[in-house]
Design a protein around this ligand. Sequence first.
Ligand code: NAD
Length: 353
Amino acid sequence: TSIDDPSSTGHEQVVFCQDTQTGLRAIIGIYSTALGPALGGTRFYPYASEEAALADVLDLSRGMAYKNALAGLDLGGGKAVIWGDPDQLKSEPLLRAYGRFVESLNGRYYTACDVGTYVADMDVIARETRYVTGRSVEHGGAGDSSVLTAWGVFQGMRAAAEHVWGAPTLNGRRVGVAGLGKVGKHLTRHLLDDHAEVVATDVDPRAREWVRANHPQVELVDAAALVAADIDVYAPCALGGALDDDTVPALRAKVVAGAANNQLAHPGIEKLLADRGILYAPDYVVNAGGVIQVADEIEGFNFERAKLRATRIYDTTRQILRLADDEGVPPAVAADRLAERRMAEVGRLRTIH
Ligand code: NAD
């Protein structure tokens, strides 16, 4: 994102917050409230500079607008960053000061967890503001969002499988799960229930031990071997940037669908995937189960209702893959177009003339 000209980024509002007593420096970015209040997490991170923090919040809040639109939520896109090292700076007074800034926006922005912030932090922020989700179960929250994230990824993967092989199932397919963390573990279970063969990798020996103990039928390999393995589907569930100039040429899978955020290492990778005949189910479409889960808290958390919404990731992915074929563009481009369409259409209904 270019920040030389802040008015050029298309954001509705960017709020700089400072509390000298607690050392809080935060930026709240609201990209769009076309669909409703902006929802997106708070990232607590030691940015190298204020410019870096601003660039990140502008990118992330825009991304949330697209993600929430495709998740079918009546919520716009926003995000916040707290600039500093959470290990040194995070304190109850700081989080409370931040909560008062969120409250001052009167519901234009709802916050939630992101890198560096946790459910317990949301409980503290909630002492100062109503506009916070991702709270603990004891406080009426949805708890661990990886449950529906994994369910949604599985639904998106089913849609991709249908697009390529004709049936919405992973039955008999070999699926490579890269990263057996919170999401990867749940996803592995859904895949095995669907009678897929799972090959997996994780750098953490504890995660590998968990698989050996709970699912001995899963084959464990190292990360580089998984990319080049004879698999039908590759599911990045670890860090961002999994699809780059080295991994894409090595891939033998026909489908990529996984939970990790920002899987495409740089613009242009979506074209490289398409040229190699690999169907990429856009990350922000298939991993929206987590935001669906926390968004549900705003109405009073109901797991079944949230699960139903996450199940619709199957329909949305299907629609995007068809649109991509019809318009001759990669799925990532089709997803952006569909999100922009919804923001414009619903946005028009909410405009007061
Ligand atoms: P996690 O930290 O619980 O799990 C990540 C796992 O990946 C860990 O077990 C880690 O050891 C492993 N890993 C790290 N580097 C690796 C490598 N190079 N090769 C193989 N394994 C590696 O995180 P999570 O909550 O399971 O999330 C996974 C991904 O999904 C992240 O990118 C996250 O941003 C994204 N995501 C998560 C949610 C959610 O609700 N948890 C929602 C949307 C997106």
